[in-house]
Design a protein around this ligand. Sequence first.
Ligand code: NDP
Length: 408
Amino acid sequence: MAKILIIGAGGVGSVVAHKCAELSQTFTDITLASRTKSKCDAIAESVKQRYGVQIKTAAIDADDVAATVALLKQLKPSLLINVALPYQDLPLMDACLEAGIHYLDTANYEPPNEAKFEYHWQWAYQDKFKSAGLKALLGSGFDPGVTNVFTAWALKHHFDEIHYLDIVDVNGGDHGQAFATNFNPEINIREVTAPCRHWEDGAFRETEAMSVSQKFDCPEGVGSYSIYRMYHEEMESLTKHIPTIKKAQFWMSFSENYIKHLEVLQNIGMTRIDEVEYNGQKVIPLQFLKAVLPDPGDLGKTTTGRTCIGCIIRGIKDGEEKAIYIYNICDHEECFAEVGSQGVSYTTGVPAMIGAKLMLEGKWTTEAGVWNMEQNDPDPFMEDLNKYGLPWKLVELTTEQAKNLSVI
Ligand code: NDP
């Protein structure tokens, strides 16, 4: 039915390639391109072995708009799936505009020299995409992505108004390494060390990074974890599109071991994103650190345990207060057995495939323009999560439980 180009052959790109190949009736012609072609070839080999599907590969530097336009004009895909890094969002949107191709990504644009996770750069493309008759779907991963869809679905089926939203992302996995991040280390560390912002009474309030934490008991025996409040990009679009939200917070679990290593790395300047001079060469410490840390794409074979990501939502239905928790639990070892990747790449790659599928089927982004996830009908996405590897559950909570993030 459709030809696609996936850009980015990291942990997430690998899952997207595998899951799209699994749906070979929808994604009839797949090309995987990235800076390092050998990574694409290794993924293509695994796809061939698992699904008997041959995908094509190519080398591309996505920062080079002219080169990407040339590749797009040569391949003529229906859709570009961007699972490279957030820095590539704008060059790839520019290339899509020039070549006349629809666009999807999983993370919002970030300027390389500032740890700013904001949508305004991409929202500024609204008129250009509309007048070109093209569609862009932003943030089709898990968080952002599925968390936006959970919230939109809750509003559609369970609330007249949503007032409080807590997104809780627990990775109860153990990768067996002294220190590793479960997605791109540079992006992960920039996110975690940035000042915390949460939405309250009409504005984002800033607090010191990692300064607010609490215990969270996951359902289904996933375990009890320390979760830390931090900024996450979906709060920006969700509070814009669901303006009744009075307070929105994002929480992520980190082990004591992760925090200890991160503190040391920060104290000695290794998480800096400005250039330093070393032996006559300009080096960005965080990029150097990324080069020596384990590659998240390689963690699958040693990772055990489960992820548990969901939304605790409070609001009003028929004049009464109501609270629910919607969540997915994903097993790292099962993901590895299925597609050769750990759960964090899997929970991002599957929603990217579903977003692409719904765009190609004409069920999502029905009009031209730049869209966030919650602006689309959540129902077909929720159905596909159950079908393609990320089943979800709903639990009714008391108001007190929701206030205390106490879901079991
Ligand atoms: P990785 O670092 O594992 O992979 C990134 C890939 O992008 C690599 O293959 C890299 O190529 C490629 N790349 C980087 N720069 C360029 C460029 N200029 N041109 C072409 N290719 C390039 O990252 P992940 O797979 O972990 O993450 C991918 C994306 O998914 C990121 O944007 C991340 O923020 C997002 N994400 C979203 C989540 C969500 O839930 N929404 C959760 C986790 C991740 P090479 O290796 O050759 O340098």
